[in-house]
Write a protein that binds this ligand. Structure first.
Ligand SMILES: Nc1ncnc2c1ncn2[C@@H]1O[C@H](COP(=O)(O)OP(=O)(O)OP(=O)(O)O)[C@@H](O)[C@H]1O
Ligand SMILES: [Zn+2]
Length: 441
């Protein structure tokens, strides 16, 4: 399949039997918002599709449980960092369950890798790619001027003269970034450099390096806001240590916006995922994300939520209709799938996850299904419905169209018909309520 790579700004072919993937995980100091769910659902869609095509996926994700934001929150709430991270990690995992996310093969809290971090940073220092200033360790950009800035298409000189970086007298160069931070505040760890804690950019690259044994991985994913400096800094450390690219494909999702602005904790315009899922559903959020090319910004609005609700309602109504057809026409659905529909689905997904085109395909299949029902051409019905259900499952939706009616359901349905025809309206109403609760009417 083809996926867009930020580094080369091209669509790259990726056709392997085993695919290694890394995605930057959350910093667990607060509930995640629906913007944070965009890379999560994007990754889930990609992995589900790859696995449905027989690819073995090794998916690694970190949990940033050491960070200044966590320390600040712990201090402000008079709690330990662990109390904060335990609370938000369990909320995050609960969110993943409710979103029906295929779990990473490995989900590693960085606090479990401090020894390895020490070794990784020492290696960079020994290679002269980093330097220690009284217990603060910095990456030395000056040694990598050929490579630094390539991922985000920035020139080192522009970055310095653009005054985008704070001046720190301990650094050789204003762009050098902290990889081990000496500290006397908040949680800290022993290292050969003294007490401190790791820098965020090193957390991710260390895990990639360790878990995938220093080999270039296939896909690295994160939101576009992480492209610079976070991913640039991950990449340069990997190159410094291994003399090879970190990832073959750098995937970046566009922002979820609200009133045209990035949804972000710092701007205070967030809707937490928990609240969204309480009010709407995981299927509604998935549908909304699928409407737009993942690299484009996507604005969340009442309007798009309404459209999503209508879609889900349409599937629900169809499901009921099919169940009634199965009962009244006494048909049994086959297990066959329409290969043409599946082929088309695959072609769109292989085209850099052209999910909006997949939604159009779904609408076409729905039209076909309704046409077959109105013409009473029931033989071809099951292959269409099975194909639709296959697509829903592969995209991680929990909804599907009924293809079966139990004997009990059939009996209740006919009892209702009988009550209606015999004008026993009270009884008919009672049975009708049962049929509604069973999703038949
Ligand atoms: N509005 C958004 N739309 C899409 N992706 C986003 C959005 N905000 C954050 N992300 C992505 O979510 C993932 C987790 O990011 P991170 O933990 O840095 O977010 P955050 O600190 O909560 O962001 P913020 O403080 O801006 O709300 C990253 O891949 C990031 O790019
Ligand atoms: Zn990262």
């Amino acid at each position: 399949m083809k996926l867009f790579d930020t580094l080369t700004q091209t669509q790259k072919e990726i056709n392997k039997k085993v695919i290694n993937i890394y995605s930057c995980g959350p910093t667990i100091y607060d509930y995640i918002h629906i913007g944070n769910a965009r890379p999560i659902i994007l990754m889930d869609t990609l992995i589900r599709f790859l696995e449905s095509s027989g690819v073995k996926v090794n998916f690694l994700q970190n949990i940033t449980d050491i960070d200044d934001k966590i320390i600040e929150k712990a201090l402000s709430e008079n709690k330990t960092e662990k109390e904060i991270t335990d609370k938000y990690l369990s909320a995050f995992l609960d969110n993943l369950n409710k979103l029906n996310i295929r779990r990473p093969n490995k989900l590693i809290p960085i606090s479990e890798r401090i020894l390895e971090m020490d070794r990784f940073i020492s290696k960079l220092v020994n290679l002269d790619a980093a330097y220690n200033v009284n217990g603060d360790v910095y990456f030395d950009i000056q040694k990598f001027t050929d490579e630094y800035g390539k991922l985000s298409n920035k020139k080192i000189q522009d970055l310095i003269s653009g005054n985008r970086v704070e001046v720190d007298i301990k650094k050789n160069n204003p762009l050098d970034f902290s990889i081990w931070k000496k500290t006397n505040k908040g949680v800290m760890f022993n290292s050969i450099f003294g007490k401190g804690r790791p820098g965020w950019h090193t957390e991710c690259v260390l895990l990639v390096d360790e878990y995938f044994s220093g080999e270039t991985i296939d896909i690295h994913l994160g939101g576009i806001d992480l492209q610079f400096p976070h991913h640039e800094n991950e990449r340069i450390q990997f190159i410094a240590k291994n003399n090879k690219e970190l990832a073959n494909i750098w995937m970046h999702n566009g922002h979820l916006t609200i009133d045209g602005e990035k949804m972000s904790k710092s701007l205070g315009n967030v809707m937490t995922l928990t609240n969204f899922l309480n009010e709407y559903s995981s299927d509604i959020l998935r549908w909304i994300f699928l409407t737009t090319y993942y690299k484009q910004p996507l604005n969340i609005s009442d309007d798009i939520i309404e459209q999503a609700k209508k879609f889900i309602q349409k599937i629900d109504n169809l499901s009921k209709k099919i169940k009634q057809v199965i009962i009244t026409e006494q048909i049994t659905m086959s297990g066959y799938i329409d290969d043409n529909i599946l082929d088309e689905f695959k072609i769109h997904m292989q085209d850099d996850l052209n999910t909006s085109r997949v939604l159009t395909l779904i609408e076409e299949v729905l039209k076909d299904i309704n046409r077959l029902i109105s013409l009473n051409e029931l033989k071809a019905l099951s292959t269409k419905i099975n194909s639709l259900n296959y697509i829903f499952k592969t995209l991680g939706f929990s909804m599907c169209v009924n293809v079966f009616a139990s004997e009990e359901e059939k009996d209740i349905f006919w009892a209702w018909k009988k009550a209606v025809s015999e004008k026993e309206f009270e009884k008919a109403d009672e049975i009708r309520a049962i049929l509604i609760s069973k999703g038949i009417l």
